[in-house]
Write a protein that binds this ligand. Structure first.
Ligand code: NAP
Length: 547
């Protein structure tokens, strides 16, 4: 590591004598934050990250619930920026679990000496733009303050946990928690009466795992999901060698695909081949790992229409085959939203859980939860007594974690108020009136680290460019922001994620009562998004005001 990298971490105080000053402040030390620190330091900038947790890793620090693991192939999820890292890290499983993922991110923090740039247990309460100094002033809950010319909110897209506002929640005498805040010391579930509310990707992973140890499990399901077998396995020595030799090819495939996964759609329409050929392809992909059955399928399976419905029926029948009781099977079969309009939970024995005698599935769409009582959960039909209640109820996605910080731009404008009708950004990352702010958590979905690396590369280069040109401020024009919001709304309305009133997913904020229903991320593919950003930079940051 070069000397310049090591010394560039030192705060300078040339702007103010009472606060540490950094070129860039990064909120968060998860997958995106860690890479941002590395990259900005490489470019000779001083950088400081503030992280709420007492360890690094973000999602993989907080989500300690049993069963938590990747749904992307492990070797497509790790960072691509260091050949040395790629060659020395051995992923143990094709879809690695939380403990290993957290170890990996800690390994990265140590290997690249990133910890000295991270202040842990530091929740940022406010970030205010000082218009006289052209600096962001950051306040930490414990009273610590710092200033930075640029601010990057690497706070994650799924990090503000959502617990529905059920009456009586605090009267519950047992233990309760949200999957995204699973305690480090764990929860003893052995032999206990456990209830889980929610059957999204978190609930599906958790339920499958804890059904092995609980005394009795009650699952409160509002909407059944399409779930597909993950088909995880350990990586043997020979495969490990092949993976390491093939990294350039793996990352090339990811970079070419819409969601940055190593799967490529079949360019044929499902409806252009015979029913038999269609079926054969569905069955072949069903035996493959992870998202292949979704993202390597006929291209029109991911478009509203007959191919989508044909495949949805195939998946419904797969569910029916696995559950002994036909009434319970029908409760688990999704009928009110299109396949792929919500992210596909990958599972490893989820449906078989409902064949266990100690597992009860409760439909809370027909008999809604009325309140939480001291003993458990009361629905309109019955009271369910529990020792432990787990909320797998999802996240106030994208804007939720931003809104927890009081971010004020020019004239004291408050970002959460500006975003109350949905994110108002240019290219997902910048917002008019909030100079030098990069909201990198509002830009991408898909295989997260792949998109995050590309985005941080662009943001870092932009910051370096602004510094080299001696500009004080960069922020988008209101016209470019308006045009981007129009693009998100108009083109976003055409994609599967926004289709159907019943696809009440976090993608469109519809899982949070009262939240504006609007696509929270870009409707563009990852390659298109990179091209848009690169073109903007090549044109001297067209669409931005540089002051
Ligand atoms: P989610 O997909 O939003 O699921 C939340 C669940 O809680 C849904 O079943 C929802 O029912 C239910 N729910 C919410 N409010 C409720 C209420 N008032 N009463 C009853 N049920 C209620 O959240 P998630 O499972 O945490 O997953 C979020 C995202 O995180 C995923 O889409 C994925 O991108 C990511 N994730 C990835 C992995 C992985 O494998 N790597 C694992 C976990 C999560 P409705 O559907 O009826 O709203």
């Amino acid at each position: 590591m070069s000397t310049s990298q090591q010394t560039s971490s030192e705060p300078t105080t040339h702007y103010s004598s009472d606060m540490n000053y950094y070129d860039v402040i990064v909120i968060g030390a998860g997958v995106t934050g860690l890479y941002a620190i590395y990259k900005l330091r490489e470019l000779g900038l001083t950088v400081q990250s503030f992280e709420e947790g007492d360890g690094v890793g973000g999602t993989w620090y907080w989500n300690r619930y049993p069963g938590c693991r990747f749904d992307s192939e492990s070797y497509t999820y790790g960072y691509s920026f260091s050949e040395e890292l790629l060659q020395e890290w051995d992923w143990k499983e094709h879809y690695s679990a939380q403990p290993e993922n957290e170890r990996y991110l800690n390994y990265v923090a140590d290997k690249f000496d990133l910890r000295k740039h991270i202040r842990l247990s530091s929740r940022v309460s406010s970030a205010k733009f000082n218009e006289n100094e052209n600096l962001w002033e950051i306040s930490i809950e414990d009273g610590y303050k710092a200033k930075g010319k640029f601010l990057i909110t690497a706070v994650g897209i799924l990090s503000a946990g959502y617990v529905p506002n059920f009456e009586g929640i605090h009267s519950f005498q047992g233990t309760w928690c949200h999957t995204g805040r699973w305690p480090k010391e764990g929860i003893n579930l052995s032999g206990k009466r456990v209830g889980v509310i929610g059957t999204g990707a978190s609930g599906v992973q958790l339920i499958t795992e804890i059904a092995k140890e609980v005394g009795h499990l009650t699952v409160f399901q509002r909407t059944p999901n399409f779930c597909a077998p993950l088909r995880n396995s350990t990586i043997d020595a020979e495969t490990q060698k092949q993976i390491k030799a093939n990294y350039p090819e793996i990352f090339r495939m990811c970079s070419e695909s819409a969601g940055s996964f190593m799967h490529k759609f079949d360019p044929r329409s499902a409806m252009d081949v015979s029913a038999e050929e269609r079926r054969q392809q569905y069955e072949r992909l069903w035996l493959q790992g992870g998202f292949a059955k979704w993202l390597a399928n006929f291209y029109d399976v991911m478009l509203p229409g007959p191919a989508n419905e044909d495949y949805a029926e195939f998946v419904r029948n797969k569910i029916r085959e696995r559950v002994y009781d036909p009434i319970i099977a029908e409760m688990l079969v999704p009928k009110d939203h299109m396949f792929g309009s919500k992210r596909l939970p990958c599972e490893s024995g989820y449906y078989e859980v409902y064949n266990q005698e100690n597992v009860l599935l409760v439909d809370v769409k027909t008999a809604p939860i009325e309140r939480i009582t001291s003993k458990g959960v009361l629905t309109s039909e019955s009271e369910y007594e529990l020792d432990v209640l787990i909320f797998a109820t999802g996240y106030d996605a994208v804007t939720g974690s931003l809104n927890k910080i009081n971010i004020q731009g020019i004239g004291g404008e408050i970002l959460s108020e500006k975003f109350s009708g949905g994110p108002r950004t240019f290219m997902g990352v910048t917002s008019a009136g909030f100079p030098n702010l990069f909201t990198v958590n509002s830009a991408s979905v898909g295989n997260f680290p792949r998109a995050a690396e590309a985005l941080i590369d662009w943001v870092s280069k932009t910051i370096r460019w602004v510094q080299d040109k001696n500009y004080n401020r960069i922020h988008p024009t209101i016209e470019s922001e308006d045009a981007w919001v129009r693009h998100v709304n108009e083109d976003g309305a055409k994609i599967l994620r926004t289709q159907g009133a019943e696809a009440n997913s976090w993608y469109v904020g519809a899982n949070i009562p009262g939240k504006a229903r609007v696509l929270l991320t870009s409707p563009d593919s990852a390659p298109a998004m990179r091209a848009i950003r690169d073109e903007c930079a090549a044109k001297g940051y067209e669409g931005f005001v540089l002051e």
